[in-house]
Design a protein around this ligand. Structure first.
Ligand code: ATP
Length: 457
């Protein structure tokens, strides 16, 4: 059954995952805040990425660079000047659109991202594309729009104080390439990962948390010798695929791997692949994997005057390494994950349950302690506090037990421990599995082992 997107959004709000930003002031367009469970999920998702791509990867290391960089960085990277979108306004209702997206929404098979402004204007005219808001056909000419957020550093707001918020985390890695490589004496090939906020003044943000102006990215820049014949592109594409399938358990039928056509590639890239997820509003880019050649380091070498080449200790050759970049947005990945795990299940004729089948390692709570009756409260609170020493646990004693199970299903808690009348007699509890709803009787002394086994299976 198709996923009801509005229902998912309402569910995430009600359960404390995602709230509208600045809501009590009427909101701020397309800004979202992460509530107690959303913050936890986001944190775990980042941790999972960091573990997989940085901490437990034999090639890679991680860094954390600033959001505001020297403006010359953006000149070198090509963002200043190039990082803009073709915009078109409806003269009638004053709505503003990205011209390429306007075409692609009407004609999904057309790759309008590769059109020049003139081609975009002609295509819109020739095909009588109407304004999606008011249905009129009175568009302005296309104007390029700068996507970088500007601000001023220091008290005086003049041109010399103008700085930009980074539109991607990658450039911080390139700018610190030499320090990073030298400090840990890294030999090629090696990668540098980073997680952090990025800002893009998107023209058409929307589709919930899919496209926002403030977001977080998880990027890896993997450096290797131009003489290295190993297929690092496929290597990282496979790693990304494995991360999606095995770590996040995303159903592989819900995404496709699409290689960019030659005319769609950035000028510096000789291969780019997008992993596109089937979101409820249509298929959209989830994760991009790009071969960036040696473009970025060469540009920074040119603009900074700093030698960024690598001296190969074996061949004594000097060269600027090539780079493969897998790049993904935290919120976009979280949205794909939430779409993947949101289910409404019929339990019997009169009962359904809403459930988030989150992987065990990502669920905000691993385990909930539920005393069957108030009488078992103090014993249960004690158990809960003990569990907190090792696990992400929660406690709930209000409402009947069926309702409490539903509440935990709705937020994705994999295990519920019920303390019942027999617990104090047989020193055991019942542990219910979220997905199967099967229950095991487990001795209290074995609970930790039971949970560790589940986490590691
Ligand atoms: P799109 O075509 O959707 O605008 P892009 O090609 O500009 O994306 P990249 O520059 O390749 O995106 O960024 C890498 C990743 O960062 C994307 O795959 C996506 O997951 C995430 N991302 C990019 N822009 C946004 C945004 N405005 N909001 C949320 N995530 C984003």
């Amino acid at each position: 059954m198709a996923l009801d997107f509005e229902k998912l959004i309402a569910h995430l709000k009600a359960q404390g995952f995602i709230f509208q930003g600045s809501e009590i002031y009427g909101g701020l367009a397309n800004s979202w805040d992460y509530g107690p469970l959303g913050a936890e999920l986001k944190y775990k998702l980042k941790n999972q990425w960091w573990n997989f791509f940085v901490r437990r990867n034999k090639y890679n290391i991680g860094i954390d660079t600033s959001i505001i960089l020297n403006t010359n960085v953006w000149k070198a990277s090509g963002h200043l000047g190039n990082f803009n979108d073709p915009l078109i306004d409806c003269k009638n209702c004053k709505s503003r659109f990205r011209a390429d997206k306007l075409i692609e929404e009407k004609f999904p098979n057309v790759n309008a991202g590769t059109f020049s402004n003139e081609e975009l204007e002609n295509y819109i005219k020739k095909n009588n594309i109407k304004c999606p808001k008011c249905n009129e056909i009175t568009f302005t000419n296309i104007r390029q729009f700068d996507l970088m957020f500007k601000t001023f550093q220091g008290p005086i707001e003049d041109d010399t104080a103008k700085v930009y918020l980074r539109p991607e985390t990658a450039q911080g890695i390139f700018v610190q390439y030499k320090n990073t490589q030298r400090s840990l004496r890294k030999k090629l090939p090696f990668g540098v990962g980073q997680i952090g906020k990025s800002f893009r003044n998107e023209i058409t943000p929307g589709n919930f948390i899919f496209r926002t102006r403030e977001f977080e990215q998880m990027e890896l820049e993997f450096f290797f010798s131009p003489n290295d014949k190993y297929n690092w592109f496929d290597h990282w594409l496979n790693e990304v695929n494995e991360f999606l399938m095995n770590e996040l358990k995303i159903n592989k039928n819900n995404y496709v791997i699409r290689e960019h056509d030659k005319d769609e590639l950035s000028h510096y890239s000789n291969k780019t692949v997008d992993i596109e997820y089937n979101f409820p509003f249509g298929r959209g880019e989830l994760w991009g994997i790009a071969h960036r050649s040696n473009f970025d380091l060469s540009q920074h070498q040119k603009f900074s005057g700093e030698d960024l080449s690598y001296l190969d200790p074996e061949t004594n050759e000097k060269y600027i390494p090539n780079v493969i970049e897998p790049s993904v947005g935290v919120e976009r990945l979280m949205l794909a994950l939430l779409c993947d795990v949101f289910y409404e299940e019929k339990i019997n004729e009169n009962d359904t349950r809403t459930i988030l089948k989150l992987p065990i390692k990502l669920a905000p709570f691993l385990v909930a302690v539920l005393p069957l009756q108030k009488k078992q409260s103090s014993f249960s609170i004690n158990l809960f506090e003990n569990l907190l020493k090792n696990f992400d646990a929660t406690y709930d004693e209000t409402g009947n037990i069926g309702k409490r199970y539903r509440r935990q299903d709705a937020i994705g808690t994999p295990f519920c421990i019920t303390v019942d009348f027999d617990t104090e007699l047989d020193n055991s509890v019942t542990i219910r599995d979220r997905d199967t709803m099967n229950q095991d009787r487990v001795a209290i002394k074995d609970i930790n082992l039971y949970l560790y086994n589940k986490i590691n299976n």
